[in-house]
Design a binder for this molecule. Structure first.
Ligand SMILES: NC(=O)c1ccc[n+]([C@@H]2O[C@H](COP(=O)([O-])OP(=O)(O)OC[C@H]3O[C@@H](n4cnc5c(N)ncnc54)[C@H](OP(=O)(O)O)[C@@H]3O)[C@@H](O)[C@H]2O)c1
Length: 341
């Protein structure tokens, strides 16, 4: 490998077309080599559109020795199969969220990557948007006092009936798709793991997947995250952090276009009046920043082992919380995260 990571794309996914391929092509430390589809004709069409090569199949892409890393934007239920196949041939992996359907599957992917020293990223691109760094610095400055509650809603109106998110055989469901973003952000903002969770999932019996849910995640020191996620509501994409002195509101938290100026508002009460201050944060292409970091981790040998290990631990921690939420919903009880082994 020289100074660019050579990327292969597994599947002609909507997310790849709208954001990911262009983002990979805009950064300086990688090169998109080829794309594979279940349908080779589709792969050829996309390859032409993006000026890359087409592979005959997913397997032939994995066997292409010119490729160092694969981007996996497949349905969640297929992530484990293709991630394990990719590790087996020594490819680094950037997988769409959620990394897998359940904690056992995430553990098996992480353990395979660990044994081969393969870099593994889950595409929670919000991790890299500077607006959240801004939020963290405002909290650290003490401007909202002690942060007490993180509250977030993320969801959208019903999708087309044949969407992968409604297919139980493909690992569909709202918690792994949308709820996972909120769980990730709550852990990021509080900088720690929840102790216990109480979750309710709205299960569509016909489809066999959850189409929404609500949850409370309890952290230490009385801190909590309250959340709602949905595939069948009006559009929501926000979070607030309520502190002892003020509240911070982030208006476009998870899905945010590269040209959108983030709106972060600080709401304080002065003389019994609400005073709202808009705080500037830069626009950014969060896909590009995460992808650049992924390639940098592959290329840069300094402290690599330690960095990769920390990433594995974070992936496992996220998956553990989601598993605790599923168990809580199933058994209709509060679940301590330490119950998940
Ligand atoms: N990070 C984010 O914010 C974000 C946003 C949106 C989506 N995502 C994630 O990205 C992934 C893809 O989502 P999407 O909305 O882009 O889905 P999508 O358009 O349906 O793409 C999924 C692709 O998977 C391939 N595939 C393989 N086997 C399949 C099967 N049995 N049925 C259907 N498709 C199959 C298809 O490509 P071929 O036909 O070419 O093989 C299909 O185009 C999901 O994991 C989702 O959670 C992440």
């Amino acid at each position: 490998m020289n100074n660019k990571v050579k990327i292969g794309i597994l599947g002609c996914a909507d997310i790849a077309k709208r954001y990911a391929i262009k983002a990979f092509q805009s950064i300086d430390n990688c090169e998109v080599v080829s794309i594979a589809s279940r349908n080779p004709v589709k792969a050829k069409e996309w390859a032409l559109d993006f000026n890359i090569q087409a592979e005959e199949s997913y397997d032939s892409l994995l066997n292409n020795k010119d490729i160092d890393a694969v981007y996996i934007p497949l349905p969640v239920g297929l992530h484990k199969e293709w991630a394990l196949k990719a590790v087996a041939v020594g490819k680094h992996i950037i997988c769409e969220k959620s990394l897998a359907e359940d904690f056992e599957s995430v553990k098996s992917i992480v353990s395979a990557c660990q044994s081969k020293g393969v870099v593994l990223y889950e595409n929670f691109m919000t991790d890299f948007h500077p607006q959240h760094q801004k939020v963290l610095s405002i909290i650290e400055n003490g401007d909202i006092g002690e942060p007490f509650i993180f509250r977030s809603f993320f969801g959208f109106p019903p999708l087309k009936k044949d969407n992968i998110r409604y297919d139980s055989k493909l690992g569909g469901g709202c918690l792994n798709d949308v709820g996972a973003h909120i769980v990730f952000m709550a852990r990021k903002i509080f900088k720690k793991e929840p102790v216990s969770v109480m979750c309710n999932l709205i299960n569509d019996k016909k489809l066999g997947v959850d189409t929404g849910g609500t949850a409370v995640l309890e952290f230490s020191d009385g801190q909590a995250a309250l959340m709602g996620f949905s595939f069948c509501s009006s559009y929501q994409n926000n979070y607030s952090v309520w502190g002892s002195k003020a509240v911070l509101n982030v208006k476009q938290a998870y899905s945010i276009r590269p040209d959108t100026k983030p709106i972060v508002e600080l709401t304080q009460i002065q003389n019994y009046q609400e005073v709202v201050t808009q705080i500037n944060a830069p626009s950014a292409n969060q896909f590009e920043i995460l992808f650049h970091d992924f390639c940098d981790t592959i290329l840069n040998q300094e402290n690599r082992a330690e960095k990769i290990n920390n990433i594995y631990l974070r992936l496992l921690a996220q998956a553990k919380v989601l598993e605790a939420m599923r168990l809580s919903a199933l058994e209709n009880r509060m679940v301590e995260v330490k119950e998940i082994k």
